[in-house]
Write a protein that binds this ligand. Structure first.
Ligand code: ZN
Length: 132
């Protein structure tokens, strides 16, 4: 794991949160993207070396909708940048972590992503991402 690539924050209203975070960070989102397979609309802000990803559900069955229902808005995941996602997945599996998708899938922002189950990581959803 090389660094925290971004923090993911679950929000109810992406347009409103884009305005809020633009004021907070004093920068506009550099990208907004719909990831249909994940049921999310996302936007990304650069903050120095790292990024903030805002996630809004596109439908009531979206994992983001379920997260907000259970826990309210807030930090949803921490994403780590990795050089070799396949090698990291094997290493972490061997260490006993629960990998949600063993085959990396295309995520937002041109990344290959794998998620670790929060049950195995003290309640925090972990995303591994590798630049494509
Ligand atoms: Zn993410």
């Amino acid at each position: 794991m090389r660094k925290i690539e971004h923090l993911g924050i679950a929000v109810k209203d992406l347009a409103a949160s884009n305005e809020l975070f633009s004021k907070l960070l004093n920068v506009q989102p550099y990208k907004t993207e719909r990831v249909e397979s994940e049921g999310v609309n996302t936007s990304f802000f650069r903050t120095g070396e790292t990024k903030i990803e805002l996630l809004e559900a596109t439908n009531p069955d979206s994992p983001i909708a379920k997260f907000i229902e259970k826990r309210g808005e807030g930090i949803h995941h921490i994403a780590f940048d990795v050089a070799d996602i396949h090698a990291e997945v094997s290493r972490l599996k061997e260490e006993g972590f629960i990998v949600l998708n063993e085959t990396p899938k295309p995520g937002a922002d041109n990344k290959l992503v794998v998620f670790l189950h929060p049950k195995s990581t003290n309640g925090v959803l972990i995303e591994l991402c590798q630049e494509q």
